[in-house]
Design a protein around this ligand. Sequence first.
Ligand code: EPU
Length: 335
Amino acid sequence: MTTFSLIQSMDLTAANTFGLSASSRLGAIITSPDELTAAYDYARAHGLPVHVLGGGSNVILSPQFDGLTLLMAIKGKTLIGQDGENNIVEAAAGETWHDFVVWTLDNDLPGLENLALIPGTVGASPVQNIGAYGLELADRFDSLTAFDTQTRALCTFSAAECRFAYRQSVFKAEPGRYIVTSVRFALPAQWAPILNYAGLNTLPPDRSPRAVMDQVIALRQSKLPDPKKIGNVGSFFHNPVVTADVHATVRAANPTAPAYPQPDGSIKLSAGWLIEQCGLKGAREGQVGVSDRHALVLVNHGGGTRAEIEALAARIKATVFERFGIGLTAEPVFY
Ligand code: EPU
């Protein structure tokens, strides 16, 4: 019988990139799918709620969780083979996302370079369909394996079954039901760079995958606060997707508002721009503030609390709604 090691009163302060002071009544570091099953069996037998953490880069934790927190640490990455026009690469859920991207380039398997330096783990990447600089995870996805907490079995998901959309998937829609254990990526054997994002389109013609990655890293570092230096969870709100009518109203009063037409005729607006227009860049509630570099990011100035995050987020939402009539939704998960 597979067992797992139980940790009493696990400190989670270093396990969330916002740097919130937090702990869990019980915890475990999960290094295999069998340990995951054993941990869920234990939780069920003892009537404990379960939280799963990857890199902790998209969660807002409570100071004290009266349950079992599982830290995903299943490791492994491998080239499975070629399928038609793609190289199929598999990585386990506990691999660090950026290290995995670097590994693919080291092994001449380009295709993920636009997603370099995104904090978090491979297992978290499909949950909110991570995206940046003209590419989404869904564009490079083959399939994944997840533990179904209801049936207690491992199951496979195709891209269609994941129901990917902008920062959305079935895993986000049914929180807690499925725990991703590994992900397969389809990386194009005939690689071509994706350079439509302003800031990448200035690269020289002999651009290599590594040159694209280096430029993406430079862009991220110039725009976004580094969670290793100042606690944050990246974008705090989704970019709102509105109807053409709502966009026309915003544009009439603000002709320079950034707007990105979507294939279905809707328009994606920039939450960072809306927040900055409300004069909230640099605004604070106690030790939590709006970054003065990028208005879409909330930062921890040191000792910030979940209550301060909630107060600042509520103020931002109310102010943006009052000024533009647009409701913002939070991107991170509140545990
Ligand atoms: N902008 C402002 N003020 C700000 C920030 C942005 O006016 O303080 C404007 C910019 O000038 C630009 C527009 O807003 O015209 C868009 O800004 P940016 O290119 O920085 O991208 P974003 O829409 O704010 C999204 C993702 C990021 C991703 C970037 C790059 C979401 C919620 N965020 O941000 O993802 O890195 O595009 O592709 O979709 C994350 O999810 O954590 C994240 C960092």
